[in-house]
Design a protein around this ligand. Sequence first.
Ligand SMILES: Nc1ncnc2c1ncn2[C@@H]1O[C@H](COP(=O)(O)OP(=O)(O)OP(=O)(O)O)[C@@H](O)[C@H]1O
Ligand SMILES: [Mg+2]
Length: 240
Amino acid sequence: MIPARGAALYKGKAKSVFATDDPSLVILRFSDEATAFNGVKQAVFQDKGRINCAITAHLFDELAARGVPSHMVRQLGERDLLCHKVEIIPVEVVVRNVIAGSLARRYGLTEGEPLDEPLVELFLKSDELNDPLLTEEVAVRFDFAKRWELQCMREQALQVNDLLRAFWGELGIDLIDFKLEFGRLDGKVVLADEITPDGSRLWERGTGQRFDKDVFRRDLGDLSQTYRALHARVFGETQA
Ligand SMILES: Nc1ncnc2c1ncn2[C@@H]1O[C@H](COP(=O)(O)OP(=O)(O)OP(=O)(O)O)[C@@H](O)[C@H]1O
Ligand SMILES: [Mg+2]
């Protein structure tokens, strides 16, 4: 049975959350809107929503098949995911394999340098405060998350990193870094939100060509074309 879409609960920068006739389920709708630098830069890119929805659904399926469940129940329409409603933990988890972006800027490091071991960083999910970096001590002290939750998030994030590195690697793409969100569901911590090229850095092996939102952030080309090319890599040319 297809749950009926109810009222909009939240409109974010790239997605909206809708209630359904089942209070434990929500619909996540992916829009074509893109923002960068916490909303300072904005634009609309044709096909972005449906491509991000398709990629998220595919990656959550792949992860679930390999023992990492998520909030996703299933994909409904081209840009809609049916998900368990969770209480989002206000701590974003970033996993990095190669130095890039804010890590390079913050510490004056060279973008493109590989890290010996994956690096996990925590950020407070707060647009008003510009998502500041968190230590585990601060996160626990101010109750943004419990210590056991952070441990759980870190463990899952590293597992997801291993699986996604292999996934993208088979497509000739290096997973440089990515952001995850987690939610509370029935006393457990579960992977939530999305996994898309909006929140990941994906560099083509050999050429270094960007297949992610840096194309928009840094004006490197057409984001719609970039995402269509990535979609074709994942699903085959015919569906691009
Ligand atoms: N299963 C879920 N249940 C409830 N909320 C969810 C679920 N999955 C994701 N969300 C939340 O839905 C919102 C999706 O919208 P979007 O990602 O566009 O927001 P955003 O503008 O990036 O703002 P935010 O900083 O809150 O992520 C996010 O706030 C995300 O945390
Ligand atoms: Mg978001």
